[in-house]
Design a binder for this molecule. Structure first.
Ligand code: FE2
Ligand code: FE2
Length: 206
């Protein structure tokens, strides 16, 4: 499905009241990065990438109990390991809220990319990977791993070379997971098994 620029502008104003100022600014950064990545890797879906980016963290700021409630009432089948990392629960509750409160925007691509944007999936599509990577390399991120990956990606993406750009995308997603895992190890935090499976699947695509 194609969205118009009016659809995207309207969505920006719909999500703004649900997010803190900082999260909204991050979200607009993800939108910019996602549209730019889409133009290099899957140009026909650039507007849909804007929509997925705008919605990716739409439940990030709801309380933990609300996440659990939403997941239970929608019969979500999560592994015990998913509950070990409360920060990732928004990736599973956002599609539920998108279906109910933003149904006009609830395409399969959008729902899948939002569902997979935090821990990934071994079956991620190019569209999923774009949102996953845009979340990591958007330009309001200031930590070293993000800055390094921003320069790697924007230096290596080339006009008119979609298949080479997709390789850069796979590699950059794998690098983003490496950086996230190193961080989790450093802070003795739980590593979600899907993170590892996603990384291995990406490595086999490079
Ligand atoms: Fe997120
Ligand atoms: Fe995010």
């Amino acid at each position: 499905m194609r969205f118009s620029s009016d659809d995207v502008i309207k969505l920006r104003s719909l999500i703004k009241p649900r997010l803190s100022e900082k999260r909204y600014s991050h979200t607009l950064g993800v939108e910019r990065a996602a549209v730019r990545l889409a133009k290099y890797c899957i140009p026909e879906l650039a507007d849909e990438a804007a929509v997925a980016a705008l919605l990716h963290d739409v439940t990030k700021e709801i309380p933990y109990n609300r996440h659990v409630e939403l997941l239970k009432s929608n019969g979500a089948l999560l592994d015990a390991s998913d509950y070990e990392s409360p920060a990732i629960l928004h990736t599973f509750t956002a599609p539920i809220i998108i279906r109910s409160d933003f149904s006009y925007y609830a395409t399969e691509n959008v729902l899948s990319a939002v569902y997979n944007h935090t821990v990934g999936s071994p079956d991620m599509s190019v569209f999923d990977e774009i949102i996953f990577l845009a979340d990591f390399i958007e330009d309001t991120r200031t930590y070293e791993a993000s800055i390094n990956l921003q320069s790697f990606v924007w230096k290596n993406m080339k006009d008119q070379d979609i298949s080479a750009n997709r390789k850069v995308l796979h590699r950059a997603c794998a690098e983003a997971i490496d950086a996230a895992i190193i961080n989790l190890i450093r802070y003795k935090k739980h590593i979600n098994i899907k993170n590892i499976l996603t990384r291995n699947a990406l490595l086999s695509k490079i």
